[in-house]
Design a protein around this ligand. Structure first.
Ligand code: FAD
Ligand code: EPU
Length: 342
């Protein structure tokens, strides 16, 4: 038996751990398996995962220069934040807005991590991994990865069948600071190091440190709705933060909707809607998965009751035998209500 790392701080076991590629020979594709980085985007709905946990241990860190770009090859097992820091310190800029995002390099392409106006897709050149179906190593270009907001091919056509081992990033030498995101606008002609520091500071003010208060960052994605739906909501709430997208749709702030539904600080057993950021659900210390699920279901239902907008979990729910449909699970729990056991 082994323990599975997860930032919710839940005690979860699995049958065995396979370090990739060193122990790849022990991998049995006919049995359940799950690739895990740091478990910072996972909610285990059971106390045991019946199968193998694969952890990629590639620590490659290599910078190549062309006249115009830095081409950076990174092993999937590297810690994301430490890698961003190391690159900024080496004068290789472009990732500073993505500072302090927990997790590994290998998980970054999965949901196309993003923060403060930058997404992984903007710096990605290619993603390399082991294709379990064919048994071959494959390299996908950034276009082939089909990146979108919190989306990629690895959540769809290549879901659970591709072990990412390495990514290559392409960062232009003629770097310019990206300070379009609200709280960064006050910076005046900053260096990458200054953007890095500011991003770390903002995040530390708002987001709970999983070591102290278990969480997986934003529990839900920010909902993307049609212009027509937005027109309806704008009448109801003139303050609604909204971000027009290239295709004409509108992205809303789920944290705002949860906050306005009066749910900030709401507690269910050992789970709580975070006081500083309502989009984050935290484990107060002794939570079990059911506490988190019941609270999330309640939050999703209350937001729907107030705004008729359905929130989709960003966090991936993993049951005893693999991923479970998070939306359906929350839907089932919403009908039972919160109060009966709280
Ligand atoms: P895990 O949680 O272990 O896995 C996530 C998914 O990726 C799983 O489906 C897993 O199977 C798959 N996976 C992991 N590694 C591999 C691999 N090598 N090959 C194939 N599949 C793999 N996310 C953001 O986008 N922006 C943020 O600003 C942000 N802030 C956060 C703040 C906090 C406090 C926390 C706790 C989380 C935050 N997150 C954020 C979410 C999380 O950090 C990211 O999703 C991160 O990329 C997850 O990395 P991980 O290594 O922990 O992956
Ligand atoms: N807001 C509230 N109340 C709250 C929380 C937010 O009113 O309790 C409002 C804010 O005032 C702001 C808006 O909602 O007007 C957006 O809030 P914020 O800037 O904090 O960002 P977010 O949309 O809640 C997203 C990402 C984060 C990322 C930040 C910064 C998603 C689901 N979340 O959060 O990513 O770090 O932007 O770019 O897209 C994650 O994915 O885990 C994550 C933390």
């Amino acid at each position: 038996m082994v323990f599975i790392p997860n930032t919710f701080g839940l005690t979860i076991q699995a049958d065995r751990l396979i370090s990739w590629p060193a122990q790849a020979g022990q991998f049995n594709a006919k049995q359940n398996y799950l690739v895990v980085g740091s478990g910072s985007n996972l909610l285990f709905t059971d106390t045991h995962f019946n199968g193998q946990i694969i952890q990629v241990d590639n620590q490659t860190f290599n910078i190549r220069e062309t006249d115009t770009h830095y081409e950076v090859t990174l092993g999937a097992g590297l810690n994301w934040h430490q890698t961003v820091k190391r690159l900024v310190e080496a004068g290789v800029n472009g990732l500073e807005n993505l500072a302090l995002i927990p997790g590994t390099v290998g998980a970054a392409p999965i949901q196309n991590i993003g923060a403060y106006g930058v997404e992984f897709s903007q710096v990605c050149d290619s993603v390399t991994g082991f294709d379990i179906k064919s048994g071959n190593i494959k390299q996908l270009s950034a276009t082939e990865c089909k990146f979108a907001y919190r989306e990629s091919i690895f959540k769809h056509a290549l879901k659970d069948t591709f072990i990412i081992t390495e990514v290559i990033l392409k960062l232009p030498k003629n770097w310019q600071a990206n300070i379009q995101y609200g709280p960064l606008k006050s910076l005046n002609n900053p260096t990458a190091g200054e953007v890095f520091e500011r991003v770390c500071q903002i995040r530390q003010e708002k987001l709970p440190d999983p070591v102290k208060l278990g969480n997986a960052g934003s529990f839900f994605k920010n909902p993307v709705i049609s212009q027509a739906e937005f027109e309806r909501l704008k009448v109801q709430d003139t303050q609604l933060p909204h971000y027009p997208q290239d295709d004409g749709s509108i992205k809303l702030a789920a944290g705002y909707l949860i906050d306005k539904a009066g749910l900030k600080g709401l507690r269910y057993r050992q789970a709580e809607v975070h006081q500083q950021q309502a989009l984050v659900l935290v484990n107060l210390g002794e939570a079990i998965a059911d506490d988190m699920i019941q609270l999330a279901a309640h939050v999703r239902q209350k937001v729907y009751d107030k705004y008729q907008v359905r929130l989709t979990p960003e966090v991936r729910f993993i049951g005893a035998n693999g991923e479970v449909d998070a939306e359906s699970l929350l839907e089932q729990h919403a009908s039972t209500g919160l109060s009966r056991n709280s």
